[in-house]
Design a protein around this ligand. Structure first.
Ligand SMILES: [Zn+2]
Length: 98
């Protein structure tokens, strides 16, 4: 979850004008992995619901991190880089982050 928030800040700081416009319009870009349709999901974890965007194709399995607002979840999906496996993320962040 912390990692997601870091990514989100980075996305907001970076110049992602096109993605921002899409996000403002409530548009989800197609899945970066398979080009399929994406959908916003409401996830109930016991407290307040959180939101995450995932690919509609179950065999694809692409997903964005959960966020506290729909807009942030959409922004994350629209601006994020290709998805990495948990192992790849660990290797990457383990190396690059102090
Ligand atoms: Zn997909």
């Amino acid at each position: 979850m912390e990692q997601c928030l870091l990514d989100e800040k980075r996305a907001l700081m970076d110049d992602h004008e096109a993605a921002k416009r899409l996000t403002d319009a409530g548009v989800l870009v197609p899945c970066w992995r398979c080009g399929g349709e994406a959908e916003l999901q409401e996830i109930h974890t016991g407290g307040k619901p959180v939101y995450a965007v995932s690919c509609k194709k179950h065999h694809c399995g692409a997903y964005g991190c959960a966020h506290q607002t729909k807009k942030n979840a959409v922004a994350y999906w629209n601006t994020r880089a290709p998805i990495l496996s948990a192992e790849e993320v660990e290797i990457l962040y383990g190396k690059e982050n102090p």
